[in-house]
Design a binder for this molecule. Structure first.
Ligand SMILES: N[C@@H](CCC(=O)N[C@@H](CS)C(=O)NCC(=O)O)C(=O)O
Length: 212
């Protein structure tokens, strides 16, 4: 049994879409960050780190999008969302690791500046700096996509739904996402996928639908 704990619009959207793509049964449990549900004793008993996503596989906890997406890809190879050839697979994991350790961290500084500077007087500076960094990260993703259909080339991989998370966050941060033509094209191709649309409906997304 697979159970995903997610919060609408959070980075857990990547794992949520991947689970929907494989077409197997899973349970999606909403854990609202906005209501601090991720800090509740019930959720901390599931994931002591108090973050989403968390995937529980037959009672065992798996955290980190990069690991969850790799696991889903390996367990359900029919989707071909994780390349099998070793170097191509490592490149996919490398891309996901970069998503997790670079644009995600820039965005964390915009949303949670207090995690980077304890003095409140410094928070606006952290937010502005991280917003600039985030924009550079998004431009890097746009350049990487270039004329490709998907993030890594002609094949839809686990890196694609993950990339959608940052497009959405860019729109939410009121960054000029339409200027990023390749990334916007990727976003449109993702929004055309039934699995993506289903997850956006379940997560009651407004930012991506508004930009469609
Ligand atoms: N490196 C983790 C990051 C997980 C993470 O920070 N998730 C955010 C939502 S996007 C969260 O749960 N934040 C709550 C908090 O930090 O208190 C991953 O990629 O899965």
């Amino acid at each position: 049994m697979l159970t995903l704990y997610y919060s609408p619009g959070a980075c857990s959207m990547a794992s949520h879409i991947a689970l929907e793509e494989i077409g197997e049964r899973y349970e999606a449990k909403e854990t609202l960050l906005s209501k601090n549900a991720h800090k509740s004793p019930e959720y901390l008993a599931v994931n002591p780190r108090g973050k989403v996503p968390a995937l529980v596989v037959d009672g065992e906890l798996l955290t980190e999008n990069t690991a969850i997406l790799t696991y889903i890809g390996k367990r359900y190879p029919h989707t071909k969302m994780l390349p099998e050839e070793p170097l191509a697979q490592a490149k996919c994991i490398s891309q996901m690791a970069w998503f997790s350790n670079t644009p995600h961290i820039s965005q964390r500084g915009i949303m949670r500046p207090y995690r980077f500077a304890s003095e409140e007087g410094h928070h606006d500076d952290v937010k502005a700096t991280m917003k600039t960094n985030f924009w550079h990260d998004l431009q890097e993703i746009d350049a990487l996509i270039g004329s490709r259909t998907w993030v890594l080339g002609d094949t839809y991989t686990m890196a694609d739904p993950y990339a959608l998370v940052f497009y959405r966050w860019g729109a939410r941060a009121e960054l000029p996402m339409a200027e990023l033509k390749s990334y916007t094209g990727l976003k449109d191709r993702l929004l055309a996928r039934p699995a993506v649309r289903k997850v956006l409906d379940r997560e009651k997304d407004t930012f991506l639908k508004a930009s469609a």
